[in-house]
Design a protein around this ligand. Structure first.
Ligand code: H2P
Length: 800
């Protein structure tokens, strides 16, 4: 949009006064932030209205991305950038003596997700709008986001994330669009005399779902999509039976908290209720919209909408959509089923069994009696139809209802036309191994969509220095099309460009060093290699491997203080799920290793270890630009894609990584010699599984380096980890090292040494860094959403 500085200043001052009855001399940062957000909202409001009108008038097909998690981070700068007014606003504020970055700090991170899954959903939201694609989000407006992490005595402590305390200027509550979601009670079918079976209900629990819309503003275009998040409330005119405070509490729990503790029955029940809650509310709203305002023939709804099941949490989309079509809109079963298949699509994000949800049949039957009937009917019809075609074994292996459980991945695959993995290796594993039986039956449904990242946030906002240098070197076209970064290759031997890249990295390291000093009180040397691992804490991601290698470097220096080593700063950022004991022990161990090393005067600044507290999107925006090295060291086959690997590449870090997930595609794109590869391949891992011949204890006993490091965990060398050290030691040597940490250790050490060697040659290192940046284009989520649009959702971008 066009906006002069003068106009902005006037709008801002007026808003500050009208909203808070104050002026610039007295306003605090919270007021400044709220007034600024309100002005920004005013700027996009008309674009939003016009785009909604355009969508309604043209009746264009739209996609709806159902996800139990979203991780947008802060919205202020992203909205400013996308509106094309970031610099105008920054300068305007400067005239008032206000720093935009200081104002931006006031905004709490919108952290209603755990990790990659939720962050991907938000990258997609940005990319859909920015590529002009009509694609919207649907989720839950959790009162409390993912917990805030504190480290106390080396342990993770979880505090509530009350992100809504000061309000949320970006959302719009749409009370008029509220719908009811029902649970429990009894249901029975009665013939209406015309041969139709009509469901009748008794004693249902009713919950009001109120939508909050957050606009997703496209980058310098006229598209504004919607992320709809649902809040649960008590319906006003309530049956006296529910007119009590217990019921109120129970109802508000539905949108209180992301992933309530599901280690007990009540927690699991609540989780299931959440899943149905946002699925039912979202689908009802979509159908109302098309039936009401759009006056579409509901039997043709498949031409107008696509619904995406992001991981299995929204799998109830399948039976709920059937219920709405058949029971509420009177569509015949067969027609409804064809429509459901056409509308639904599903992404699998992991092969770890813990994430492939299953619910006890009894639980679904009690909580969602009508949905249960529909699932049984889907299963019955499918079994009858497929038995003669594919035989009993395949049918049995792929059934939705098996052993008293409802299998949500099976439901998602069976009730949709597309199942995709998130990187080539992962999609192949789904077809060849993990979901092979489904692939035999429905080969045409399987495809790959390699993940991507919203490059606007991850370089234009997070790394303005680097962005500026790229502008100077190759012009600005890359800001609209990341593939244009290829032009940088022409400068791979240009001293000036290489120098500037080094300078930018150094400045970003200084910025991070200041944050580390402030948060942890640790002084780090900006000339050191900044070696970063940031992601959820999980055994398969192998933060432990990194920690063991750090111990090796430490012992090397203790044995030989004069050793010629390039100083290193190892930086971790990771949250462990509150009930994941082992992951929490790893956090404790890393922190105690850090204490030991950082306080050892003999080590000086040759080695430092920093565990940053409360890793989130905003912290990532400071950490990733400063990285020289990104650690992507999961056991091959376990990390479906990874997306931080792409963010590191974009910011010119070199990856040390295994042949896992999207790493493989990154190594290929960046070209040989520009990253550091190590470890078992996926085939080697599966070979071990087949033969059952992995023996971690042997490695411990035979490899003196490993032996010494592991002993350090239990003999008091690393202080204060009596039980955690033992737990980890046993997991490796007694329980046979589930994720082959010891098997990959030696090769990891080799790759780390190569890395250090290359770093000594700063020119060669910077050239490799440039090659990573230049080849990152295909990892833009703009590319990913276009592929979803073309191959899965069949939606078209708006012509600007
Ligand atoms: C998961 C996978 C990642 C993948 C991401 C998005 C579940 O994220 O493990 O490999 O990149 O989804 O598809 P995460 O582990 O970060 O929570």
């Amino acid at each position: 949009m066009k906006l002069s500085k003068k106009q902005f200043k006037q709008d801002f001052e007026e808003r500050l006064t009208s909203k808070f009855a104050t002026d610039l001399t007295k306003a605090g940062y919270q007021e400044i932030y709220d007034a600024l957000a309100s002005v920004v909202k005013h700027y996009y409001a008309n674009i939003w209205v016009a785009d909604n009108q355009y969508k309604d008038e043209t009746g264009k097909k739209q996609a709806y991305y159902f996800s139990i998690e979203f991780l947008p981070g802060k919205m202020l700068k992203s909205n400013l950038l996308n509106l094309g007014i970031l610099n105008t606003v920054r300068e305007g504020l400067n005239d008032f003596g206000i720093e935009l970055d200081e104002v931006a700090k006031i905004e709490p991170d919108m952290a209603i997700g755990n990790g990659g899954l939720g962050r991907l959903a938000s990258c997609f939201m940005d990319s859909l709008a920015s590529t002009g694609l009509p694609g919207n989000g649907n989720g839950i407006r959790y009162r409390y986001g993912l917990f805030k992490q504190k480290i106390v005595d080396g342990y993770q402590v979880e505090l509530p994330d009350s992100w809504l305390n000061n309000g949320n200027p970006w959302e719009v509550r749409r009370a008029d669009k509220a719908v009811e979601v029902t649970f429990g009670g009894e249901v029975w079918l009665e013939d209406d005399g015309k041969g139709n079976l009509i469901p009748h209900y008794k004693d249902q629990e009713r919950v009001l779902a109120v939508p909050y819309d957050t606009p997703m503003v496209g980058f310098e275009n006229t598209t504004v999509n919607n992320m709809c998040l649902w809040r649960s409330e008590v319906p006003e005119e309530l049956d006296p039976k529910f007119q009590n405070l217990d019921y109120m509490r129970q109802t508000s729990m539905l949108s209180a908290e992301l992933y309530p503790d599901d280690s007990n029955y009540d927690g699991r029940l609540l989780r299931l209720k959440q899943e149905y809650f946002f699925v039912s509310a979202g689908l009802q709203r979509i159908l109302h919209h098309y039936k009401g305002t759009q006056k579409k023939d509901i039997r043709k709804i498949g031409d107008y909408i696509a619904v995406h099941i992001n991981d299995t949490h929204p799998a109830l989309c399948v039976p709920e959509f059937m219920r709405l079509l058949v029971d509420e809109y009177g569509v015949g079963w067969n027609r409804a089923w064809d429509t459901t298949l056409k509308v639904m699509s599903y992404t699998n994000h992991t092969i770890l069994s813990e994430a492939l949800e299953k619910w006890p049949e009894e639980m679904i039957k009690q909580l969602l009696p009508r949905i249960y009937q529909i699932i049984v009917e889907i299963d019955r019809r499918r079994t009858a139809e497929l038995l003669p075609k594919v035989g009993a074994t395949l049918v049995h292996n792929t059934r939705i209802i098996k052993d008293g459980q409802i299998h949500m991945a099976n439901l998602s695959i069976i009730g949709s036309h597309s199942t995709n993995g998130v990187a080539k290796l992962h999609s192949d594993l789904l077809k060849d191994v993990e979901l092979h039986d489904f692939y035999e039956i429905y080969p045409e449904r399987f495809n790959n969509k390699t993940n991507g990242i919203a490059d606007r946030r991850w370089i234009q906002i997070a790394n303005e220095r680097l962005s500026g240098i790229i502008d100077e070197t190759i012009g600005k076209s890359w800001r609209h099309d990341l593939d244009e970064l290829k032009l940088l290759k022409n400068f791979n031997n240009d001293e000036k460009t290489l120098e500037q890249l080094q300078k930018a990295k150094f400045d970003d390291k200084l910025r991070l060093a200041a944050v580390i000093k402030e948060q942890k009180g640790i002084t780090v040397n900006p000339d050191a290699i900044f070696d970063v691992q940031v992601k959820r804490l999980h055994a398969y991601k192998r933060q432990l491997l990194n920690a063991l290698h750090i111990l090796k470097l430490y012992f090397d220096l203790k044995d030989n203080p004069e050793l010629d080593r390039i100083p290193r700063v190892f930086i971790f950022g990771a949250k462990a799920a509150p009930s994941y004991h082992y992951a929490k022990s790893i956090i404790k161990v890393i922190n105690e290793i850090a204490n030991m090393i950082n306080n050892d005067q003999t080590i000086k600044d040759k080695l430092k270890v920093v565990f940053m507290e409360n890793y989130n999107v905003s912290l990532a925006e400071v950490i990733i630009p400063a990285a020289n090295v990104g650690e992507q060291i999961s056991l091959a086959s376990k990390e479906a894609s990874g997306t931080s690997n792409m963010k590191f590449m974009l910011n010119g870090a070199l990856t040390i990584g295994t042949l896992d997930g999207a790493n493989i595609e990154i190594f290929e794109a960046a070209g040989d010699g520009n990253n550091f590869v190590f470890g078992l391949t996926k085939d080697e891992v599966y070979e071990y599984y087949r033969n059952g011949n992995y023996n971690a204890r042997d490695i411990y006993e035979q490899n003196p380096v490993v032996n010494r490091i592991l002993n350090a965990l239990i003999d008091g060398t690393v202080p204060n980890i009596k039980s955690e050290g033992r737990e980890i030691f046993d997991s490796l040597t007694v329980y046979n090292d589930e994720y082959f940490v010891l098997r990959d250790f030696n090769d990891y050490v080799r790759a780390q040494a190569e890395l250090e060697k290359l770093y000594r040659d700063q020119k060669a290192w910077t050239q490799a860094s440039l090659m990573n940046i230049a080849n990152v284009g295909r990892f833009s989520s703009d590319r990913t959403v276009r592929e979803y649009a073309d191959d899965i959702w069949y939606i078209k971008a708006k012509k600007e």
